[in-house]
Design a protein around this ligand. Structure first.
Ligand code: C2O
Ligand code: CU
Length: 460
């Protein structure tokens, strides 16, 4: 057990520091956001200062059974206000952690109690949601795993949090140009150092013919990870936590946008004495995200294709008669945006640049204070057509509810919480607005969200 500051100070009952700490339920686990340092880069660069939950990056893994309660007492030991968003959880609005919307950011020295039920099994994550373009880039995130009632037929499981870091090679420290106008107006903040679970060249051992479950989380601020398997046969069994109705065999490669997750079952086909890999393709070159050294043979024979995971119960969306909404995304470098409203005022592009704003949703720079994209009544069926009228990919995330991607031929595709759109692409999503509250809809390229790619949906 980590002694919390409250417990440590408990002996000094009369001190004002003790009294100043907010009360919390006995037994709630503390989750402290703090400054720490770690050996992120190769030894010769020295240690890197990070911000991490529990002082680690990724933060402590949270693992619970489906439909159980999660309680965390956030203590903010950072020099900056923060909050925690539980990404992909169909949560009570008050616990969503969207600072400035569902709660005030938690000031340095203050605390906040998160308390919610995790209704769906799957792979989720949690991350800071105040100045997230800076705080996530500094390391404030961790895996949130909700287990199925009966475990699937696998021999091992790996939680793999992928990230890229923008570091200054001269100092070994995180580059602090978090508000770089170039990153904001282009593809976002992309790093120059790639790691898995904070380790570059992560290595594990495996056995030939065993089946492993990889829970892959893209925690990067902006990078699309194009992933490839070598010496492994794989199937995607779930996306963004939600099981696919039919596992999908992985061909050449697959892509995870920022904030997206994939549960992948892999069978080890590499021979004993050799290695298998999860590779990231970066600028045409393959980099190992994980290396599996095959040290022996599994007692089991190679299995058949995996069965689907049990479905999470969702209300069925009805496309017919659904409310139609549309969202046009504009702006960025090489875009056609000439002017947009910003906080109620019409500004030309030059004025917008001065404000550090580069993107618009339906003609307005998105902020928390704008009117919502839609006011929906609880239970309303919605189809939202998103057009990416920009030159860059964007990963659009809806808080609080999962949606279906609608396929080209008009059928309901996989349930997701984050959908990736390439430049000039249009995607329709559909969902039942069954969770009351104020829900953000924003690009998960976090510098984009901070420079206009943000709106919200109100469900009452
Ligand atoms: Cu994962 Cu509003 O974010
Ligand atoms: Cu974006």
């Amino acid at each position: 057990m980590n002694p919390t500051r409250r417990q440590v100070l408990g002996g000094l009952a009369a001190s004002s520091a003790v009294l100043a700490l907010p009360a919390r339920a006995v037994g709630t686990t503390a989750l402290t956001a703090q400054v720490a340092d770690m050996q992120l880069l190769p030894q010769e660069y020295g240690r890197t200062t990070i911000w991490g939950f529990g002082g680690t990056m990724p933060g402590p893994e949270i693992r619970v059974a489906q439909v159980s309660r999660v309680q965390r007492h956030l203590i903010n030991d950072l020099p900056q206000a923060t909050s925690i968003h539980w990404h992909g959880i169909r949560i009570d609005n008050a616990m969503d952690g969207a600072s400035g919307l569902t709660q005030d950011a938690v000031e340095p020295g203050a605390a906040f109690d998160y308390d919610f039920i995790a209704p769906d099994a799957g792979t989720y994550w949690y991350h800071a949601h105040n100045r997230s373009f800076e705080q996530v880039a500094r390391g404030l995130y961790g895996a949130l795993i909700v287990e199925e009632p009966s475990p699937p037929d696998v021999d091992a499981e790996d939680v793999l949090v992928l990230d890229d870091w923008l570091v200054d090679p001269a100092t070994g420290q995180i580059d602090s140009a978090f508000e770089s106008p170039h990153d904001r107006s282009h593809a976002g903040r992309n790093g120059n150092f790639i790691a898995t679970n904070g380790v570059s060249g992560l290595a594990k051992t495996a056995r030939k013919n065993e089946r492993r479950r990889l829970r892959i989380i893209n925690a990067a601020n902006a990078r699309l990870f194009q992933l490839r398997l070598e010496g492994l046969d794989g199937w995607v069994v779930a996306l963004d936590g939600m099981p696919l109705s039919q596992p999908k065999k992985i061909g050449k490669s697959f892509i995870l946008g920022p904030a997206q997750r994939a549960d992948v079952f892999v069978d080890v086909t590499a021979d004993v004495g050799s290695s298998a890999y999860l590779l990231a393709i970066l600028d045409g070159e393959a980099w190992p995200q994980v290396r599996y050294d095959v040290t022996g043979q599994s007692a089991k024979a190679k299995r058949n294709m995996p069965k689907p995971l049990p479905e999470n119960s969702h209300q069925r969306v009805k496309l017919e008669g659904a409310t139609s909404l549309s969202l046009n995304m504009e702006g960025g470098a090489m875009g056609s945006l000439r002017a947009a409203t910003f906080n109620g005022e019409r500004l030309n592009f030059r004025q917008l640049v001065r404000e550090g704003q580069f993107w618009a949703f339906n003609g307005a720079i998105g902020t928390m204070n704008n009117p919502p994209l839609a006011k929906l009544s609880q239970g309303e069926n919605v189809r939202l057509r998103i057009h990416n009228d920009t030159a860059f990919p964007h990963a659009m995330h809806l808080h609080g509810m999962h949606f279906h991607e609608v396929t080209e031929d008009g059928r309901l595709g996989p349930l997701r919480d984050t959908t990736l759109l390439f430049g000039d692409q249009t995607r329709e999503i559909a969902f039942v607005a069954d969770n009351p509250g104020q829900w953000l809809l924003h690009c998960h390229m976090l510098s984009h969200a901070a420079s206009g790619m943000m709106t919200r949906i109100e469900v009452a």
